[in-house]
Design a protein around this ligand. Sequence first.
Ligand SMILES: Nc1ncnc2c1ncn2[C@@H]1O[C@H](COP(=O)(O)OP(=O)(O)O)[C@@H](O)[C@H]1O
Ligand SMILES: O=P(O)(O)OC[C@H](O)CO
Length: 503
Amino acid sequence: MTRYIGALDLGTTSNRFILFDHQGQVVGTDQVEHEQIFPRPGWVEHDPMEIWQNTRRVIRGAMGKVGISGKDIVAIGITNQRETTVVWDKKTGQPYSNAIVWQCTRTDDICEALEEEGGQDRFRRTTGLPLATYFAGPKIKWILDNVAGVKAAADKGRALFGTIETWIIWQLTGGTAGGAHVSDVTNASRTLLMDLETLSWDEEILKVMGIPRQMLPRIVPSIDKNTWGHTLNEGPLGASVPVCGALGDQQAALVGQTCFGVGEAKNTYGTGCFMLLNTGTQPVQSAHGLLTTVGYQISGEKPVYCLEGSIAIAGALVQWLRDNLGLIRSAPEVETLARTVDDNGGAYIVPAFSGLFAPYWRSDARGVIVGLTRYVNKGHIARAVLEANAYQTLDIMEAMKKDSGVDLNNLKVDGGMVANELLMQFQADLLDVPVIRPAITETTALGAAYAAGLASGFWNSMADLKQYWSEDKTWTPQMDDGVRQAGIRSWKKAVQRTFDWER
Ligand SMILES: Nc1ncnc2c1ncn2[C@@H]1O[C@H](COP(=O)(O)OP(=O)(O)O)[C@@H](O)[C@H]1O
Ligand SMILES: O=P(O)(O)OC[C@H](O)CO
């Protein structure tokens, strides 16, 4: 009987369940988008119950399309948008509020107050992260301080915190009847609350932020067959299937791209865009605005660390062009529109919608469109949207080189936006290195499947997984260096124009 690994990919824009066979090939998938809630400028929320409902829907949907039951699934792995924060009541299973999404800027004042002592890098040595609205810890504090009843419930041990993998694993493995309250170490490393060396919650930071220890999940390795629990027979899989792996989505993409060696990197273009470089079993502190984060941990082994460059707005800018400006009807149309012109016509967009993340970490920044003249038309704007992503990646690549000394001689890419050929060519031109797209661009889900498959014995070793990686297409640089340098100069000027807007 053919058996499968299931991967649940809980992204910012949509939830997917993907079934993989033993060759690492996709045999079936189902996907549902969820609502992006913008209650105020800079605020972003999701409804945790909608994410749970859609999770059940896509699991049943993918199994139905392939015509299998939960009994045909050896194990499942979970991967998720990181940092997005849910606090819920463990007796009723109800969230106290909407989830605060990683892009949300509402914790600006909290971060500013925390910075007064020790500055933006106050917790960097311990956590690998600067103080920024991006991370989960300040979001928990915001909920404790602002949502009625949560502080008292947390003190009594009734309120539980989780990032999205924690929330969904709790639901899948029992919910109010005793679901597992666990977080994988890669997600925990994005809270600003975890000590990167000991892989445990840092009591001192918890005290400073006023977060009760008992609301936090147990931190466990990302690839592990014993600690996550099993799905319920009465749940969406209709069977008791072990949950054997969980990884933040960017770390999952690193695993899916089989970047297991020191110096290997990938760049994922989804709602945001994230480059991760494997730095081995010792954390490397960044001096150039990157994050130090856990890449993955196999049970019983030392964790593998990464340097990460995080871009908040990538595909989200394409969504904005579609949903807020109505210039396109679907995301792929941005390429058609961009191809109506030869270049950006002098226009640059810096999408600092959530402030600017790496390498700048400026929460006072807001988005700009610069270089406008009467010549600029909607085709130029579409180009500037795509180019913004490539220029932001260039900023990250420069910082990565300074921090690690690694001069990448190509870039492995994945994520929803890599279908965009114009962007991929421009990216190769700008970085002046080849850009390589793998045959399977669902690398996030693949990484979660690999994690679950390794832990459950479906696959034997990481070395075995390397054979499933294959190239689909490579773009080689074609741009004249003078044109490249002129573009980079204009981009850097445009970035400066975003600063000092909010405060
Ligand atoms: N052909 C395309 N050109 C540009 N952007 C695209 C294209 N197809 C999808 N996108 C963008 O990619 C994002 C979805 O990618 P995905 O990897 O599924 O994201 P996530 O994991 O964050 O939910 C959306 O923001 C969408 O606007
Ligand atoms: O939804 P994505 O794929 O853009 O990823 C979101 C990140 O995990 C946020 O840190």
